[in-house]
Design a protein around this ligand. Sequence first.
Ligand SMILES: Nc1ncnc2c1ncn2[C@@H]1O[C@H](COP(=O)(O)OP(=O)(O)OP(=O)(O)O)[C@@H](O)[C@H]1O
Ligand SMILES: [Mg+2]
Length: 191
Amino acid sequence: MYICLEGIDGSGKTTQIKLLESWIQKCGIDVLRVFEPTDNEVGKLIRKLLQNPDAINENFQITLALLFAADRTVLMRDITEAEALAKIVISDRSFYSSMVYQNDSEWIAEINKHAKQPDLVILLDINPETAVSRCDGMDSFEEQNFLASTAKKYLELADHQNFMVVNANNGINKVHDDIKRIVAHKLGMCI
Ligand SMILES: Nc1ncnc2c1ncn2[C@@H]1O[C@H](COP(=O)(O)OP(=O)(O)OP(=O)(O)O)[C@@H](O)[C@H]1O
Ligand SMILES: [Mg+2]
């Protein structure tokens, strides 16, 4: 089982995935927690390039999209291995982040054709203003506008791809409870 959390920056993905990991472990199930970009060589390169102010220009975006796809291809091996051991894989972002952040979805789908589709995608839906208020050093209008347009794209994708949408404006515990309920249902567990 491959479960993924998606959402704009500051929506609470990292916070919630750690809570989800602890909860699944407490239920006696082995978990592999992963994140994109990864901390292997390609993922590190992506993180470095994302610091570059040129990262917004179109050519750079193409390079980044290819690197994300390459990073993900490596990650898929770990995921396949974990699934073979009956572990539950939980991931902070997935192929769908590329679909949302990059234009040309057909090309993105093509270069990611070796990526596994998550069995369950949970979208942390949040007001961009709230997300900005949670992130230090992110307060410009441009950033807020970008977050707002990304949040909108996420909701459109959620509609088409049957994501489970959680209201991430709520407090940490409420969001965690909502995620637990969705995951328990998917796993056929009672909570
Ligand atoms: N429900 C919540 N209510 C209030 N604060 C929260 C909530 N969830 C997370 N936070 C805080 O908001 C900040 C951003 O959360 P987090 O790092 O989990 O977001 P993220 O989605 O992983 O962001 P990024 O995409 O930038 O990695 C953190 O300081 C976290 O403690
Ligand atoms: Mg994070």
